[in-house]
Design a protein around this ligand. Structure first.
Ligand code: SF4
Length: 387
């Protein structure tokens, strides 16, 4: 148990939450729970896991206490069935290196602090980039890391060395809110950032489970971002994800509770009528939600993720069809061809700024040439992961 000076009272401990009533969110389906190395190493961790399992009655629990959380062999053949089985398997584990500084190069992204209280994501998007990442490809289970107090202590130490507010991003390697109705982690995390002098929290989610967040003291230090696509696109490419309408309502509720709210429209899928579909959606979004920032992006994925997308959607699908031939940029990611990206960004920025001329807009994971072409006529700002 970590003792931190985060609440201006040095002896207040950060603890795993066990006073909430854990519930399985409606879009999450857990068929199996596995306890891995370190997850039962203290009375506090055992009590927390018992508490969470109380919200998943009837789900069998297995112990594999010699196995690290990222080496669970589900004994399922085929990439798509393995991913599906992983999303129904909830793993409790310990992530030692949970707070990291990103290592981006070869695109316009800055580097930034990010952290992980979860691994992977219980939702099922056919374009998912995360499914192809190294940590997920071989063991695509959904993880809850139980060393929350140590992870917060690490962020506290890093932030105390800073001389200005800096973001800690949650959402790079997981959905950071999807399992909150089970874990209650937000009730620890958001007050930590609220009272911290320099640490700020940016999270990106597709969850609509915001009930717990609405009454928390956040001090404007937690920025909530939602990943969105037009409803017609979401119905085609996002399965077992809260509907776009549910996410929009969650955004409205959080904005009303005083949280800074952002939107990330990504990946934009170039369906035949994309100019109309996306422009109409952006107008609706910007009219409805008081956005602090809008970030746009296309597909930018590595080989494994694209392979999964082709397996799910067929070889000639609308995502793969538009990838630039030969197709990896300086950062190794495949993207749509540059001319199409510039046309998409110009059209959608104009649509959003027709409603809100002052709206800050950013591009996610773009290459310098495309970023400069767009920025020359439509000024761009900093992206979603940073302040
Ligand atoms: S919500 Fe994000 S991480 Fe989860 S399946 Fe969809 S794209 Fe992947």
């Amino acid at each position: 148990m970590a003792q931190l000076d985060i609440f201006d009272t040095p002896d207040v401990p950060v603890r795993l939450p066990v006073t909430h009533a854990p519930e399985c969110p409606p879009h999450v389906h857990v068929e199996r729970i596995i306890l891995t190395r370190g997850s039962r190493d203290s009375p506090e961790r055992r009590a927390f896991i018992r508490h969470i399992c109380g919200g998943l009655p009837g789900v069998p629990v297995e112990e594999r206490l010699d196995t690290p959380h990222n080496q669970i062999d589900l004994r399922v053949r085929g990439a798509v069935p393995l991913q599906a089985a992983g999303k129904r398997t909830l793993v409790f584990g310990v992530l030692k290196n949970a707070v990291r500084f990103s290592q981006e190069s070869g695109n316009t992204c800055p580097n930034y602090w990010h952290f992980s209280l979860y691994g992977h994501c219980p939702y099922g998007c056919s374009y998912c980039y995360l499914a192809g990442t190294q940590g997920v490809w071989f063991s695509p289970t959904v993880k809850i890391y139980v060393n929350l107090p140590e992870i917060i202590a690490r962020m506290d130490r890093i932030a105390n060395e800073l001389t200005r507010p800096v973001s800690f991003y949650h959402g790079k390697l997981q959905d950071p809110l999807a399992l909150d109705p089970l874990t209650g982690y937000s009730s620890v995390l958001i007050p930590f950032f609220a009272r911290h002098r320099y640490a700020r929290h940016v999270q990106l989610t597709k969850s609509a489970s915001v009930e717990r967040l609405l009454d928390l003291e956040h001090g404007g230090h937690t920025i909530l971002s939602w990943s969105l696509n037009p409803p017609a696109i979401a119905r085609r490419f996002e399965s077992t994800v809260p509907s776009v309408e549910m996410r929009l309502r969650a955004m409205e509720q959080c904005a009303a509770a005083g949280y800074p709210v952002r939107a990330v429209v990504m990946p934009i899928v170039p369906v035949d009528d994309w100019p109309d579909v996306y422009a109409a959606f952006l107008r609706h979004l910007v009219e409805r939600v008081p956005l602090q920032r809008l970030t746009l992006g296309g597909i930018c994925s590595y080989t494994h993720a694209l392979h999964l997308t082709r397996q799910r959607l067929g070889d000639d699908n609308v995502v793969s069809r538009h990838l630039a031939p030969g197709s990896s940029g300086d950062d190794g990611r495949a993207r749509y061809e540059p001319g199409l990206r510039v046309r998409i960004y110009n059209h959608l920025i104009d649509a959003a700024r027709a409603v809100r001329p002052d709206l800050p807009v950013a591009l996610c994971l773009e290459e310098r040439g495309v970023w400069r072409q767009v920025h020359a006529h439509r000024p761009l700002g900093p992206c979603n992961c940073i302040l």
